[in-house]
Design a protein. Structure first.
Length: 250
């Protein structure tokens, strides 16, 4: 790769050279002989084709999970979510021991305890991690989906963003079949607590029902913040601190 110092700025291809601009500077490089047709048919690119196939399958699984989480995701995510989620799902895909290379699936990897463990504790919002917001144990009843926080003292156990007056808790239980793409999501009640309080309080979040299906079950906890003004609660628009965490995967 060479850098052009010419006063003439060229972008595009001329003969076997490609001119392009990066970070305000002009560069030139020799055009590659690589073509899509060659990648599709050349035997020497078999491994590449397998990698591309599995990447596409994992991308589909990531999109399905994001879609199935529904509106919860819009309240707690950032622009790094896709890359972070794909990193985890790629690790899970490698745990598929029943499919040939090029066809390994996230769905099969999630049938293993190791695969489930990779997604347990995953934060959809990297800047709003549960472990950096709530500093008290959270209990989950796997059978009922009920989440409880006992003796919560918000002034001591919660790290809140500036401007917030209340913290809001809500859970959801997702049953997602990555093969059939069928999913069901149920929600709990929303519990709000004032942030500047030294009075211990219990938080109990009970889903309206447990979702049915043949898929993987995800237990989710959503935490948002709001500001009370004259008795009216306004969602805090700074979603940097909102948290959506996978408490458990079964």
């Amino acid at each position: 790769m060479a850098k052009s110092s010419s006063i003439i700025s060229i972008e595009g291809s001329v003969d076997n050279l490609t001119f392009y601009k990066r970070d305000g500077k002009n560069f030139v490089r020799r055009r590659s002989s690589m073509t899509g047709e060659r990648i599709k048919n050349d035997p020497s690119f078999k491994r590449t084709r397998e990698n591309m196939s599995e990447f596409g399958l994992s991308m589909n699984a990531a999109g399905l999970l994001r879609k199935s989480v529904g509106s919860l995701l819009f309240k707690a995510k950032n622009n790094k979510l896709n890359n972070r989620l794909m990193t985890h799902l790629t690790q899970i895909k490698k745990l598929d021991t029943v499919s040939v290379r090029g066809q390994r699936l996230v769905a099969n990897g999630l049938q293993t305890p190791e695969g489930k463990a990779i997604l347990k504790g995953f934060d959809f919002n990297e800047t709003g991690q549960l472990s950096e917001i709530v500093f008290i144990p959270i209990q989950l009843d796997n059978a009922t989906g009920v989440v409880t926080i006992t003796d919560l003292i918000t002034e001591e156990n919660i790290l809140a963003p500036r401007g917030a007056s209340h913290i809001n808790f809500q859970t959801a239980v997702l049953n997602l079949d990555f093969v059939t793409e069928e999913h069901q999501l149920t929600y709990s009640n929303v519990e709000s607590r004032p942030l500047e309080s030294m009075v211990p309080t219990d938080v109990t979040l009970t889903p309206t029902a447990m979702p049915v299906g043949t898929g993987i079950v995800f237990y989710l906890l959503l935490i948002t913040f709001s500001q009370e003004i004259n008795g009216v609660f306004y969602p805090l628009k700074n979603e940097e601190y909102s948290s959506l965490n996978i408490l458990e995967v079964l």
